[in-house]
Design a binder for this molecule. Sequence first.
Ligand code: PLP
Length: 286
Amino acid sequence: MKNKVYINEKIYDAENAKVSIFDRGYLFSDGIYELIPYFDKKPFLFDDHYSRLQKSLRMVEINNPYSEDKWVNDIENFVKTCIFENFYLYIQVTRGIPENFDDNILREHAATKNYKTCVTMFYSKIKNLKDNNIIGKKSIIMDDKRWMNCDIKSISLLYNSYAKTIAHKQGAFEAILLRDGIVTEGCSSNVFIIKNNTIKTSPESNLILPGVTRSFVINSVIKDSDYDVREENFSEEELLDADEIFITNSTQGILPITHINNKEINNAECGYITSKLYKIFTEKIN
Ligand code: PLP
C-alpha cells in the first residue's frame, strides 16, 4: 500500500502508523472528524469543511492544537504525498492520551487531566463526480436512535454504521432515519425530497449534521436552477409520496434514491430535476 498517514506532525507509511490504545478516541469515541473531497487534486469546499472542523472541536471542548496557518500548511504538505487524482482527506482529532499516567489510572470516563490532542489524517481514492454515471440507489427507513447532538461531527458512529450495515444486508445503500415520524437525515447523508417541483430538506438543528454538500446544493446549485427549496421538516408519508428523492454527501455529491424499502420512486429512475441539479453541481466543481 502506497498510502501515507499523518499523525501529530509526522508522516508515516500506512502500515507503520500507530496510535496509543489509551487514546480517548479509542476508549470513548472522544473525538471529532472531518472529510474533505479532492477532485483533480483540488480541495472542494475546503473552507466550509475547515470551519465545521473548528466548530466540532469547540462543541466538544477539545483543545485545537494548531493555528489555522499550521492546519492549512500541514494538510497541503500531507496531500502532496497522495498519488490519487480524486480522493478524500479524512481528518480525525481526538482528546488524546493523558500527559502522564503518574496516578496509574489508565482509563476514566471523565476527562479530568491534561491531554495531548491527537491529530491523524489519511486519504482514500474516490471517483471524480464528473465521470460518474448517476445511478439510483435503494434506501431503507429506520428509527433514528442516535443521541441529540447529531450536529457534532463525532467519531462515535455506532448507530450510523449499525443502521447502514442493516441497509447493506437488505441490498440498500442508505438507511434514512426517522425521529417521531419526521425524516432527519441518512446515516451518512442529508435527504432532499421533491414534490410538485418544490424541493424540501430538513432544517439545520441538533438533529442533523449540517452537511457541507447540503449547504452547497441549497445555496449554489438550486439557486442556479429554476426551482425553490424549503428547509422544512417532512414526514415519512411525504418521503414515500415524493416525486423524486436524492441524498447528498461529500464523496457522492448528489445521489438519487429510487427505492424506499420496496417502493419504487419515480419508476425506479433518477428524476428529471435530480439530473438537472447533478449537472449544475458537477459543472461547479473547481
Ligand atoms: N449526515 C451525516 C450523518 C453524515 O455522516 C454525512 C457525511 O458523512 C452527511 C450528513 C453529509 O455531510 P457532508 O455533505 O458534509 O459530507
